[in-house]
Design a protein around this ligand. Structure first.
Ligand code: IMP
Ligand code: MG
Length: 179
């Protein structure tokens, strides 16, 4: 373990186990159909690839990158698409893959944007869900873990772009406010 880590919240094995369970739920729910996984760069890449390998129905992927700005410290960020999907999602069953749903602003923006492209269905799957910080309500259909207010890194999640490559999810030894 690296020195900047205070505590491991979810080990590599626990994450793999939950991903298998969630992949089973997803495979059952979309049985007989084809699924488009949309990964939000960069936080969701490890989760998306691990999940996709455990899903046993046909899947395709596409990726979106977003940037969020906050005009005032602590104010909700304005979300903008920095890299759009490569392909249309019209008529497809779409699962939005997130690293974490926190206030819900990012997810709500993405849901509204993608809903406007006429998919057959649209749902959210997140590795982590921090429901205590929710400001706007979003329907999270699949989640691996619920977490509390401490800032976490690893398995795709970053602090200043670092720590994404940790194989576990951990609490960092810093106590700055989030973002
Ligand atoms: P929301 O719009 O507040 O739901 O923010 C979601 C985004 O904030 C996530 O996609 C992450 O990029 C970032 N984020 C929120 N909490 C954490 C955390 O604990 N660690 C790392 N990134 C986080
Ligand atoms: Mg981030």
């Amino acid at each position: 373990m690296i020195p900047e880590i205070e505590r491991v919240l979810f080990t590599e094995e626990q994450i793999a186990q939950r991903i298998r369970e969630v992949a089973r739920e997803i495979s059952a729910k979309y049985q007989g159909r084809e699924l488009k996984l949309i990964g939000i760069l960069k936080g969701s890449i490890f989760f998306l690839t691990a999940l996709a390998r455990e899903i046993d129905i046909p899947v395709k992927f596409d990726f979106l990158a977003i940037s969020s700005f906050s005009s005032q410290k602590g104010a909700p960020g304005v979300v903008r698409i920095a890299k759009d999907l490569d392909e249309s999602i019209e008529g497809e069953d779409v699962l939005l893959i997130e690293d974490i749903v926190d206030t819900g602003f990012t997810t709500r923006y993405l849901l509204q944007n993608l809903a406007g492209r006429a998919p057959n269905s649209l749902a959210i799957c997140t590795l982590l869900d921090r429901t205590t910080q929710r400001i706007v309500q979003v329907p999270v259909e699949f989640r691996c873990f619920e977490i509390d207010d401490r800032f976490v890194v690893g398995f795709g999640l970053d602090y200043k772009q670092l720590y994404r490559n940790l194989s576990y999810v951990a609490i960092l030894k810093l106590n700055e406010p989030r973002r």
